[in-house]
Design a binder for this molecule. Structure first.
Ligand SMILES: [Ca+2]
Length: 511
């Protein structure tokens, strides 16, 4: 009986009819997953840089600013959605796709995309695209046909009498509807009636999604961020997220698509937006056979909480990292971010009320915990949350005028990016010793081939004495950096006890 059930579930999660054929002209050769100790930058396209002065940031604007990103030390970019979409008003988010194969003309053309890929790759910068695969816009031709009962009828989820219990998990009032009426029936749309969910039980839908993913990866993209990964299959009331079939489909996509790209020498990254607690995120790594990486949502709140001295923040961050070390697959690399486009966190300038030291400290923790830092556009120049409603707070125009050398935040980010690329270039994480957040000091050691790096962060407003006895870390030769403070000389390090000023940090490289 068990075998029969498993086979049946697998049958709902297979894919075929796609081709792995990376374009050699536009693709970047990568032996390993693109996220290994590489600094990423998250761009909200309409807000970033407007190349043709029509009021909307665009693809060519990113190409123009690649030198800026390269000089900062950025090695990869995650783009907000650029597919043709329905809503094109002030908060054009692009998660309401009307054509997965074409580019929103407000953002540019397919030639602009190819030019961006080519130019970025010549500078060694990877590019990820954002795929809202769970749903389309209600204005997508597939859904218009589905509503009429045409050939695409079964591409969406219809139910004459869905009943109760289909609540979205983040809506505590449990008032938001996930079923939406149309003539005598109802269709399912977990995010809204404007974005109906695709029916992944339908073989044609899965194959189409595999074609879409490989179309863009073949063109030259280096990976994909899967939007709303928790909501792909739903099993009924109270079972609309994190279902077994959702995991099985991503395992299939990993094995049949991503592992095959790796075999061609063009490794591509699969990263999840699985917005939830650590136990939920853990399952999207599978047994190292599902997503390469998942965004670390719990950490986004805990980093500022630690620095802002919020009650129990030490216990919570220790609990999070110890859980990850115990339960996540070995060498997992999460995406670490302080802000994204969705109100998951405030911009640091707002969160820390413009306190430059706290902002630099938060960025340093984000950068140096094992994982991949994703810098949200504008955080590096100290942009604040905009005085706008809802998620528009985090989607305001890039403040290019703040990109000046006398900007203290920008200076800190430049220094951090430079140190990051210097000490983690070619660093292979072999082991990690987490000493935890304790009495105002967060400390850990990253151990790689040939060197180990000690990190100490003082997240209090007081001077702290730290023990940097090299013997304790088994080091022979010591190089060192102190940011937000002065540089130590060798004899001082041998004294082993040092003072670490308020909201500053110390990085010791032992090789
Ligand atoms: Ca779904």
């Amino acid at each position: 009986m068990q075998l029969k059930t498993t086979t049946m579930i697998h049958a709902d999660c297979t894919i075929s009819d796609f081709e792995i054929k990376p374009d050699a002209e536009l693709s970047l050769k990568k032996k390993a997953c693109v996220l290994k100790n590489e600094l990423f930058y998250h761009i909200w396209i309409p807000a970033f840089y407007d190349s043709n002065n029509d009021g909307t940031g665009d693809i060519n604007g990113i190409t123009i600013k690649l030198d800026y990103l390269a000089s900062l030390g950025i090695k990869g970019i995650w783009l907000s959605p650029f597919f043709e979409c329905d809503y094109k008003g002030d908060n054009m988010h692009g998660y309401d796709t009307t054509d997965f194969y074409s580019v929103n003309p407000r953002l540019g053309t397919i030639e602009d995309i190819k030019n961006l890929l080519h130019t970025a790759h010549t500078k060694g910068i990877s590019i990820l695209f954002d795929l809202p695969m769970n749903h389309t816009s209600h204005a997508h031709p597939w859904f218009i046909d589905s509503k009429k009962g045409g050939a695409y009828k079964d591409w969406y989820i219809w139910n004459e009498a869905p009943g109760d219990g289909w609540h979205i998990i983040w809506d505590e009032a449990r008032a938001k509807k996930t079923w939406h009426s149309h003539s005598d029936s109802h269709y399912y749309g977990v995010f809204s009636g404007y974005m109906p969910d695709l029916n992944f039980v339908n073989n044609e839908v899965r194959n189409e999604m595999a074609r879409i993913i490989t179309y863009w990866l073949n063109m030259g993209f280096d990976g994909v961020r899967i939007d709303g990964a928790r909501y792909i299959y739903e099993d009924g009331p109270e079972k609309i997220s994190d279902t077994q079939r959702t995991h099985l489909l991503f395992q299939t996509i990993r094995k049949d698509i991503f592992d095959k790209y790796s075999e061609t020498g063009y490794s591509k990254l699969l990263i999840a937006e699985a917005w939830g607690e650590k136990e939920i995120i853990r399952n999207y790594y599978g047994n190292n056979d599902e997503f390469h990486s998942c965004f670390n949502f719990p950490l986004t709140q805990l980093i500022p909480d630690l620095i802002n001295n919020v009650a129990h923040a030490e216990t919570k961050i220790n609990g999070l990292i110890e859980y990850q070390l115990t339960h996540y697959p070995e060498k997992y690399l999460g995406g670490i971010f302080l802000t994204n486009h969705d109100l998951a966190g405030n911009r640091p300038a707002t969160e820390f009320k413009n306190d430059h030291k706290k902002m630099a400290l938060a960025a340093a923790i984000q950068f140096f915990l094992p994982g991949t830092p994703f810098v949200y556009y504008g955080n590096e120049v100290g942009m604040h949350n905009a005085n706008l409603k809802g998620d528009m707070k985090l989607r305001s125009k890039m403040e290019w005028e703040k990109q000046q050398n006398d900007n203290a935040v920008f200076k800190s980010y430049n220094a951090l990016c430079s140190v990051y690329n210097t000490i983690l270039n070619d660093f292979e994480d072999i082991d990690f010793a987490f000493h935890g957040a304790n009495k105002g000091i967060l400390s850990f050691v990253r151990i790689g081939s040939g060197k180990r790096i000690v990190f100490l962060f003082n997240y209090t407003g007081k001077m702290k004495t730290i023990d940097i006895d090299p013997l304790k870390y088994g080091g022979v030769t010591i190089q060192h950096e102190i940011i937000n403070g002065r540089k130590l000389d060798h004899s001082e390090i041998l004294q082993s006890e040092q003072s670490l000023p308020a909201y500053s940090f110390c990085i010791i490289v032992i090789s």
